[in-house]
Design a protein around this ligand. Structure first.
Ligand code: UDP
Length: 327
């Protein structure tokens, strides 16, 4: 088998996937422009620094390194910014992915594992959304991922591309030994922000609304451990290598946790109270987003190892405690 190129391998999800690939004995390297990724996150793996829209460099890299599959994590991921600056999101998430796919076609690389999102569903019309839930995103970020899913389907029909699109719910947690973890700048995600409040790096955590129709009034999300996510990518690769049909799979925990449950769990894990303040709802936040990942379990044989909220937060805390300033 050939080598795996992890596009965006210096980012949060990509670096955990790269680590797991190499841990399991795969030949894998990162390709990243380091605009948002961190060179340290690839540990001792090879890192090619460059843009995915550099057709010549991507094609040459694929050929010279004997790549037979690409994992694609390189994308912009802030919903709010995508609303204010959609051009950069369509450019970075869609146009750049088209370039990457062009270079893959030119280099005859036909296996693609794509980082998609539950944001492609938009507002939930059913509890425990499964893959047949209508896809009608409610922000440009979700549309960019949805468009790429469409492109993959069309390229599959026309050019024989084989792909797995993984629709993540809320990626969270870190490597259990704390060697790599989540470092976004700016940080907007709940769990790292609550930890920052616990570390005194910010005065408090703002709870975006406590008048939702949920048991404690705060929003419920489906937090899924980063290494469980990574594991599903490897299973997706083996599924395609074994002749599996291209498909999309949800990756969620199936257990939703409220914002206040997260705050309380961080308090329990770090052993001190977290100052919080309830503020207005954030625009576009549904009350409850929880996935049904039965297809990934049945078809890929995916099983979570780090699924409970305590483990997710303990691993996140280990990383943040050891790296208070990130990488
Ligand atoms: N949230 C919050 N305060 C924050 C950040 C997030 O209350 O400072 C809430 C947010 O409204 C959502 C949940 O935490 O209900 C998870 O938000 P995050 O941005 O981490 O992920 P999303 O679900 O938006 O992808």
């Amino acid at each position: 088998m050939g080598t795996i190129m992890v596009a965006g391998g210096a980012g949060y999800i990509g670096s955990h996937c790269l680590w797991l690939l190499r841990q399991r004995g795969y030949e894998a390297f990162a390709y990243d422009d380091l605009r948002e990724g961190h060179g340290e996150a690839v540990l001792d793996a090879d890192l090619v620094v460059g843009s995915l829209s550099d057709f010549d460099l991507v094609k040459r890299t694929l050929e010279e390194r004997d790549v037979d599959a690409v994992f694609h994590f390189a994308a912009s991921c802030y919903v709010g910014v995508s609303v204010d600056d959609p051009a950069s999101y369509y450019d970075n998430n869609v146009a750049t992915t088209l370039k990457l796919l062009d270079a893959m076609r030119a280099a005859d690389v036909n296996t693609f594992i794509f980082s998609s999102t539950c944001a492609t569903y938009g507002n939930p019309v059913q509890e425990y959304m499964d893959e047949s839930h209508p896809q009608w995103p409610i922000n440009p970020y979700g549309w960019t991922k949805f468009f790429v899913e469409r492109v993959l389907s069309d390229y599959g029909n026309a050019y024989g591309l084989k792909y797995v699109a993984l629709r993540y719910f809320n990626a969270a947690g870190a490597h259990p030994e704390g060697i790599i973890g989540e470092h976004h700048d700016p940080e907007t995600h709940l769990i790292p922000l609550v930890i920052h409040a616990g570390q005194g790096k910010r005065p408090d955590i703002k709870v975006f609304g406590d008048d939702y129709e949920t048991p404690d009034g705060t929003c419920i999300r489906d937090y899924i451990h980063i290494l469980d996510l990574a594991d599903a990518h490897l299973l997706g690769l083996e599924y395609l290598r074994g002749g599996g049909e291209s498909a999309a799979f949800n990756l969620g925990n199936g257990a939703g946790y409220s914002v206040m449950e997260v705050v309380k769990m961080v308090e329990q894990v770090i052993g001190k109270p977290i100052p919080y303040e309830t503020v207005a709802r954030r625009a576009g936040d549904p009350a409850r987003l929880v996935g049904n990942s039965a297809r990934a379990q049945e078809v890929l044989g995916w099983r979570q190892q780090y699924g409970d909220l305590e483990t997710i937060i303990k691993t996140a805390w280990r990383w943040h405690e050891a790296h208070p300033d990130g990488f």
